[in-house]
Design a protein around this ligand. Structure first.
Ligand code: NAD
Length: 498
């Protein structure tokens, strides 16, 4: 029986799903793991086991890949025409909308995030499926004028079987960012959700079945990086791995691809994004935004504006306001809709606490937070929003991705300094600048080494807009037309007319 906060009830469908033993989804069937191993998925709000989930080994991964290959060759591409692919993806989006509340509850139980934030994620995932449902019928090659005695055209074809490995911070949304374009392009998929948050991917399989996708087009294997993720990256019959996660694991993925069948790789990795505030910015707008860009999803966000640079004339006033707002954020069980839920696991809690201790040892000034929250929250992985002041960009807490509710704040004196310090990182995922001076804003956007730059805003996303990392934040961009390039390959066809 799942422990729930007083007054909270879950949907019947959620309870029924959790009451049933979990299985892998392979070749359109629910199957037990071949080696009979399981792992526990925990509720980070109280440490309780919510489900025992199959631990897929290489044997299961191989079976999933064989099912995907069979589906690709016999049932999916090119047999199912693009309009039908589009309809199936739309149907899936409809079913997700119908079960919106179930997805929200499962995501909150598994990841800890507040229900209303989970809602935003599920709606984002649905939008993603709808956007790529539109693309399925618009993937085209071209004709290329050459010597008049030849006709040359290109075909844009799916890659075949793609392995999709996703993290735990936005479980369903990250899966949708990959599944939607991969399916629209005509690939068959083997998806591995993160071991901390496997439940929404498994629930999605029920809807994939209900929507009528042919068997084997989508397969889901659950388990940790080792052995499950690694088995995907080393598999000899997977054509591409699309990975979202840490830069450390991203390197392993590339190396496994290089050492196996040279499968294609795209990577969405970590970040340490600068959020730069000039003295002429709209301070009311910026202080609300900076609060959320520092602590959204309890700081477990790849684009987190975890390095705040504030122009000196407004630094003190800004910091007082940020501290006041951070201290007012409510923290608790996501089912009660607080501002912030717990971090995802004991491991993540320990990691963040380690960085908080390190920051103090390194000489940064702890302005607020820095503690595990006590009282009746003791059982869960709760942390108070933490702000450090500093003037030294070499500190580890300034350079390394912490992935928790920790922001480091520093003052700067002029534009070129802000740009130089914003770029002083091995990451290049996102950056933001706040100013009313349009020249200054565009100059910043031009000079910043990041895949996305926001001007007078933060965390703005749309399925149509490419999103990817520069530097060590990734290879390739998801979303928009860019993802079509990630899940297709071009073939040139020459016709000799003589
Ligand atoms: P992680 O790298 O530890 O794990 C991500 C996924 O990889 C999980 O499914 C995990 O089981 C799997 N994995 C781990 N080791 C593996 C291996 N050797 N081979 C194959 N798979 C393996 O990351 P995490 O802790 O789950 O997520 C947090 C990280 O994800 C952060 O660095 C964050 O910035 C990044 N992230 C990036 C984006 C983006 O779009 N750039 C989005 C969300 C999260």
């Amino acid at each position: 029986m799942i422990q729930l906060p007083a007054g909270v009830q879950l949907q019947e469908k959620t309870l029924a799903f959790l009451a049933k033993p979990q299985q892998l989804f392979i070749g359109g069937d629910w199957v037990d793991p071949k080696e009979g191993q399981y792992f526990s998925s925990l509720n980070p709000a109280n440490g309780e086991t919510i489900a025992e989930v199959p631990l897929a080994t290489a044997l299961d991964v191989n079976q999933a890949v064989a099912a995907a290959r069979k589906a690709f060759q016999s049932q999916w591409y090119p047999k199912v025409n693009p309009a039908t692919r589009s309809q199936l993806i739309h149907k899936l989006a409809d079913l997700m909308q119908r079960d919106l509340q179930v997805f929200m509850e499962l995501e909150t139980l598994d990841n800890g995030k507040p229900l209303n934030k989970a809602k935003y994620d599920v709606l984002g995932a649905i939008n993603h499926f709808r956007y790529y449902a539109g693309w399925a019928t618009k993937i085209e090659g071209s004709t290329i004028p050459v010597d008049g005695s030849k006709l040359v055209y290109t075909l844009r074809e799916p890659l075949g079987v793609v392995g999709l490995i996703v993290p735990w911070n936005f479980p369903l949304m990250m899966a949708a960012w990959k599944l939607a374009p991969a399916l629209a392009c005509g690939n068959c998929c083997v998806l591995k959700p993160a071991e901390q948050t496997p439940l929404t991917a498994l629930y999605l399989c029920k809807l994939i079945q209900e929507a009528g996708f042919p068997e084997g087009v989508v397969n889901v294997v659950t388990g940790p990086g080792l052995p499950t993720g690694e088995a995907i990256t080393q598999q000899m019959d997977i054509d591409k791995v699309s990975f979202t996660g840490s830069t450390v694991v991203g390197r392993k993925i590339m190396s496994a691809a290089a050492n196996s069948n040279l499968k294609k790789v795209s990577l969405e990795l970590g970040g340490k994004s600068p959020n730069v505030i000039f003295a002429d910015a709209d301070l009311k707008a910026v202080s609300q935004s900076a609060l959320w860009s520092s602590f959204y999803n309890t700081g477990q966000e790849c684009t987190l504006g975890s390095r705040l640079y504030v122009e000196r004339p407004i630094y003190d006033e800004f910091l007082v306001k940020l501290k006041e707002q951070a201290e007012q954020l409510s923290i608790g069980n996501g089912l009660n809709n607080p501002d912030l839920g717990p971090v995802v696991s004991q491991k993540q809690l320990d990691r963040v606490l380690h960085y908080i201790e390190l920051g103090q040892k390194e000489g940064a000034e702890l302005i607020t937070g820095g503690e595990r929250c006590g009282g009746d929250l003791d059982e869960g992985y709760f942390l108070s929003p933490t702000i450090f002041g500093h003037s030294n960009d070499d500190l580890q807490i300034v350079q390394e991705e912490i992935f928790g509710p920790v922001v480091v704040v520093s003052a700067f004196d002029e534009s070129e300094e802000a740009i130089r310090r914003a770029n002083n990182t091995r990451y290049g995922l996102a950056a933001a600048v706040w100013t009313k001076d349009i020249s200054k804003a565009h100059r910043f956007a031009q000079a910043t080494q990041a895949g996305t730059v926001w001007i007078n805003g933060y965390d703005l996303f749309d399925p149509a807009v490419p999103f990817g990392g520069h530097k060590e934040s990734g290879i390739g961009a998801e979303m928009g037309k860019s993802a079509i390039d990630l899940y297709t390959q071009e073939k040139s066809v020459w016709v000799n007319l003589t």
